[in-house]
Design a protein around this ligand. Structure first.
Ligand code: C5P
Length: 250
């Protein structure tokens, strides 16, 4: 079945979608063990990738020092450190990250944390993304952690809180995009990992979609790690995803 294109959707969706450069919609996760591997990968990917994600693995191996350099080279950077601490500590951390030139930063979707992060990024170009419920959690995991709500109710409650607090976007599974759009409209960015091009290995991701289907479902940005990192030709893999995104955008 052919996915619906953004062009067939409502005018607000079309306007918001048009504000994002198509090539920026692919965010490649630099899930690599050290700086040398990251530099080599960035060199191989060249102009094919404009947006990179730095997570725990590379950040704690010196990766944050690349942010300014990548930004100066015209790349956008998503720092995926999923912050959560007392408000003052979150705010001071966000202030430092805002100065680095990064575009996105994740925090856990707790009200105090989101409020502190949103206030601390004011006046910078940094955008805050909230992680509603980790995708590895099911209802039983939430119950074991002391929560009363199941995954879908907690995702919805936190999405509403995030929007009310002025958070810029949400990280969610591709399957949650359509229902979250109903809740938060088009003012928040929806960023989805769990993307697998046709024929690529699923790895540990459980709820996956192809790039085209995720875009058609309403995702703004797609986070892709292993299908690019582990490809025999990472640049060709990234180019193929970019082409699929461009086609889905109509
Ligand atoms: O290799 P793969 O494409 O599965 O990588 C997805 C990236 O998105 C990884 O960096 C992973 O940590 C991140 N991520 C995720 N699920 C979330 C949030 C982030 O897979 N819920």
């Amino acid at each position: 079945m052919q996915p619906t294109t953004i062009a067939s959707k409502d005018p607000v969706a079309v306007a918001v979608a048009a504000a994002i450069a198509p090539s920026d919609r692919l965010i490649v996760a630099l899930d690599l063990p050290d700086m040398a591997a990251a530099e080599a990968m960035i060199g191989r990917l060249g102009d094919s990738v404009t947006f990179y994600k730095i997570g725990y693995q590379l950040a704690y191996a010196g990766g944050l020092s690349m942010v300014g350099r990548l930004a100066d080279a015209g790349k956008k950077i998503f720092i995926d450190l999923k912050l959560h601490d007392i408000g003052n500590t979150v705010a001071r951390g966000v202030e430092s990250i805002a100065k680095s030139g990064a575009t996105f930063l994740t925090v856990h979707a707790y009200p105090q944390t989101m409020k502190a992060a949103v206030e601390a990024r004011a006046g910078s170009s940094l955008k805050i993304l909230a992680v509603t419920v980790l995708t590895s959690y099911d209802d039983g995991d939430l119950h074991a952690a002391g929560y009363r709500l199941g995954v879908s109710d907690l995702v919805e409650a936190r999405a509403r809180q995030a929007q009310a607090l002025g958070v810029d976007g949400l990280v969610c599974s591709p399957e949650e995009v359509a229902s979250l759009r109903q809740i938060v409209g088009h003012q928040m960015h929806l960023v989805t990992p769990g993307i697998r091009p046709q024929g690529s290995s699923v790895g540990d991701q459980k709820r996956i979609m192809t790039p085209a289907r995720a875009i058609a479902a309403g995702a703004d940005y797609l986070v892709v790690g292993r299908p690019v990192m582990e490809a025999a030709d990472p640049r060709a893999a990234a180019d193929a995803i970019q082409a699929e995104i461009a086609q889905a955008l109509g």
